[in-house]
Design a protein around this ligand. Structure first.
Ligand SMILES: Cc1cc2nc3c(=O)[nH]c(=O)nc-3n(C[C@H](O)[C@H](O)[C@H](O)COP(=O)(O)O)c2cc1C
Length: 193
């Protein structure tokens, strides 16, 4: 089969959008987004996730007030919180795959979305920053306080880690963040400098 960029055009059109109309999102649509999320791949098919769909304005406002990079949640008609059980080996990757499925499925419903960063996992838990070839390869637990507050708002059990919050809504905004060129990032067989 020869390449047809039209097939992937809708994926390339997906961008993080942070302003929304106040049009509500149908509950069945939101359910279908979670249905798409739960079909994402997971290491050893553990499916360590739970999804909290938020449509309550008060809860969205609470999240917006706490999340320094998610202030726009206060005006979103809905959001989906992706949580994963942290004792599993690949919970960040698993939860990230589910997050991206939500974003792609949302696009198919003409919804705009934004991935809002969650907690970072057990390797952020202590202050001992490991060095990789002389460079710190861990980030300090600057998000710990933020994460416990976010988890408290959605009443997430202690063993769950908040992987992401996906804000959702209809919007006419078409913000286009610059991307690195294909030729720059694509390598065949070996990494070419
Ligand atoms: C792991 C991850 C965390 C992110 N966290 C935030 C966030 O907290 N707040 C936000 O506004 N955008 C967040 N984003 C969205 C990025 O800012 C966005 O994807 C990037 O600027 C590129 O823009 P684009 O998605 O429109 O191509 C996050 C994206 C990823 C993948």
């Amino acid at each position: 089969m020869s390449a047809n960029p039209e097939k992937t055009a809708f994926l390339k059109d997906i961008r993080s959008i942070r302003t929304y109309k106040d049009t509500p999102i149908d509950e069945e649509v939101l359910k279908d987004l979670v249905d798409a999320a739960r079909m994402a791949p997971t290491a050893r098919n553990i499916q360590p996730w739970e999804f909290v769909v938020i449509t309550d304005r008060e809860v969205l406002t609470q999240l917006a007030e706490v999340h320094i990079n998610g202030r726009f949640l206060k005006d979103a008609p809905a959001a989906i919180v992706v949580l994963c059980r942290r004792e599993t080996d690949y919970f960040i990757e698993d939860g990230s795959a589910a997050t991206q499925n939500i974003i792609v499925a949302a696009r198919l419903y003409d919804l705009k979305s934004c991935w809002i960063g969650g907690c970072k996992g057990p390797y952020y838990e202590n202050d001992d920053i490991a060095m990789c070839e002389g460079v710190p390869c861990k980030i300090p637990p600057m998000y710990d306080d933020l994460c416990s507050k976010l988890k408290e708002i959605v009443k997430a059990p202690i063993e769950m880690e908040l992987i992401s919050i996906v804000s959702l809504g209809y919007s006419d905004e078409h913000f286009v963040a610059e991307k690195r060129e294909l030729e720059e990032v694509l390598h065949w067989n070996h990494f070419n400098q």
